[in-house]
Write a protein that binds this ligand. Structure first.
Ligand SMILES: [Zn+2]
Length: 198
């Protein structure tokens, strides 16, 4: 059996901290365990280098965005190497092959009609890079995750037609009972999908 294990790809707006290490150690432990069991295991980690807060952090440090991203990304890689994390690949979203892969996937979805252009307007937290529904805001203004002030942002965006896949996903969960692990979480996931994917 082959296994694919990935950490999140970490944002390079700041240096690695113990939270990143915690996640990476768990993924590394799992990868080593799968290899010991004889499973062919591909273990991915890396850095996400696209986002407004990365640009803002770079400006704060008086650095060009890519140079800043290079430096922070290297602190992650160096740390994982110091701990002998057994990753198969350290990927960066600024890697040429990653860009080519994203373009290929994007075009395939675009050609299928799963990606369309539209406008999105909502309360946006720059720090969390997340839109929040009004009902989740603290005192009708502040981000529920970090407490910072949100602002109304309207932007033209590409959207993925996730709603088209509700029924397909639910059927996939039924046909593959081990798809969601641990199984005790399956109902939670199914109910989330049944609640509508936007
Ligand atoms: Zn926030």
């Amino acid at each position: 059996m082959s296994k694919y294990i990935t950490t999140p790809i970490y944002y390079v707006n700041g240096e690695a901290h113990i939270g990143h290490a915690y996640t990476t150690f768990i993924a590394d432990t799992t990868a080593r365990y799968e290899r010991l069991k004889g499973n062919e295991t591909y273990f991915l980690t890396g850095t996400d280098e696209h986002g407004q807060k990365i640009e803002e952090s770079a400006q704060k440090h008086g650095k060009d965005t890519q140079i800043f991203a290079n430096e922070i990304s290297a602190t992650f890689k160096d740390l994982w190497d110091e701990f002998e994390i057994s990753y198969s690949k350290f990927i960066r979203t600024t890697d040429k092959d990653h860009m080519a892969g994203v373009q290929k996937a994007f075009l395939k979805m675009f050609d299928k009609g799963d990606i369309y252009k539209d406008f999105y307007e909502g309360h946006y937290c720059v720090s969390c890079e997340t839109f929040f529904p009004e009902t989740q805001l603290l005192d009708a203004e502040f981000c529920p995750d970090c407490g910072r002030s949100t602002s109304i942002v309207k932007e033209e965006s590409y959207f993925f037609k996730l709603s088209e896949y509700e029924d397909k996903l639910l059927k996939h969960y039924e046909d593959n009972p081990d798809f969601i692990m641990p199984r005790s979480r399956a109902n939670e996931v199914k109910n989330f999908v049944k609640g509508g994917l936007r």
